[in-house]
Design a protein around this ligand. Structure first.
Ligand SMILES: *Cc1c(COP(=O)(O)O)cnc(C)c1O
Length: 230
C-alpha cells in the first residue's frame, strides 16, 4: 500500500492536471481530507505533509479526535447534522458543509451567538433528488438560502453536493454542472458570494477530477488519501 505522503502527492498532481484541463488555477482547489474512521496517527501523518483541512462525519468521533490534534487544523463537518448536536458542532468545527434545513441552522446560530463566533457554512443540495440522501431539493434551496442569510452568525459561503454514485465518473458531470449553475444563479441574484468568491464542495475519491473540471473549490477525499476504510 502507498504511504499517505505518496497518496497526497499523487492527488495534488491529479488536481493540478484536472485544473489545467479546465483552464483553472490549481490554487483555487482546496483539499478536504476526510478522516472518518481514520485513527489519530494517520491524521498526524497527513498533517506532516502539510494537509491542514480535514472532514469528519460524526460528532462523537470528532469529539474524540479534534481536541487531541493541532489547533491549526481546520475542521469541516460533512455528516448529517441533527438539531440536538448543533452545540457540539458549533464548538468543534470551523465549517459546516451540510446545512439542509432551517431548524438546525437556527439552533446553530443560537449556540454561535453565545460563543461570540461566526461560522462559515455551505448549503447541502440533494442534486440527484435521491430519497435516501440528505440535502435540500434544488427548487427549495433559494428559499432556505434567503432564510439563512437573515441569521447573524452563519455566513453562507456556497453549496455542497454528493451526486449519485456511478462506476463511470463522467456520469457525475451533469450533476456537478447543475450545482455550479445553481451557485451562479444565486450569485446573480446577490444571495451568495457578495464578500468573496463562492465555494462549491463537490467531488470525492472516485470522481474529483470531473468535479474540478466543473468548478469545485473544495474536494472531499478519504480513500484516495488514507486508503480503504475498515
Ligand atoms: C466519506 C465521505 C467522503 C469521502 O469519500 P471517499 O470516497 O473515501 O473519498 C466525502 N464526502 C462525504 C460527505 C463523505 O461522507
Amino acid at each position: 500500500m502507498n504511504t499517505i505522503k505518496e497518496n497526497l502527492i499523487r492527488v495534488h498532481e491529479r488536481i493540478s492536471n484536472a485544473a489545467h484541463r479546465a483552464g483553472r488555477d490549481p490554487e483555487e482547489i482546496k483539499l478536504v481530507a476526510v478522516s472518518k474512521k481514520v485513527p489519530l496517527e494517520k491524521i498526524k501523518d497527513a498533517e506532516k505533509c502539510n494537509q491542514l483541512i480535514f472532514g469528519e462525519n460524526y460528532i462523537q468521533e470528532a469529539q474524540n479526535k479534534i481536541p487531541h490534534l493541532d489547533k491549526n487544523l481546520s475542521w469541516h463537518f460533512i455528516g448529517h447534522l441533527q438539531s440536538n448536536k448543533t452545540k457540539q458542532a458549533a464548538e468543534l468545527f470551523h465549517v459546516i458543509e451540510t446545512i439542509d434545513r432551517l431548524k438546525p441552522a437556527v439552533m446553530l446560530d443560537k449556540h454561535l451567538a453565545t460563543l461570540h463566533k461566526t461560522m462559515t457554512i455551505l448549503i447541502q443540495v440533494n442534486i440527484g433528488r435521491e430519497p435516501q440522501k440528505s440535502g435540500i431539493l434544488p427548487e427549495d434551496a433559494e428559499n432556505l438560502l434567503r432564510q439563512i442569510n437573515n441569521l447573524h452568525y452563519l455566513k453562507v459561503a456556497g453549496l455542497m453536493a454528493m451526486p449519485p454514485i456511478f462506476d463511470d465518473p463522467e456520469m457525475s458531470r451533469p450533476y456537478f454542472a447543475k450545482l455550479r449553475n445553481m451557485m451562479e444563479d444565486f450569485q446573480t441574484k446577490k444571495l451568495l458570494g457578495q464578500d468573496c468568491r463562492p465555494e462549491l464542495s463537490m467531488g470525492m475519491s472516485h470522481d474529483f477530477e470531473v468535479a474540478v473540471e466543473e468548478g469545485a473549490t473544495f474536494i472531499r477525499l478519504g480513500t484516495a488519501i488514507f486508503g480503504p476504510r475498515s
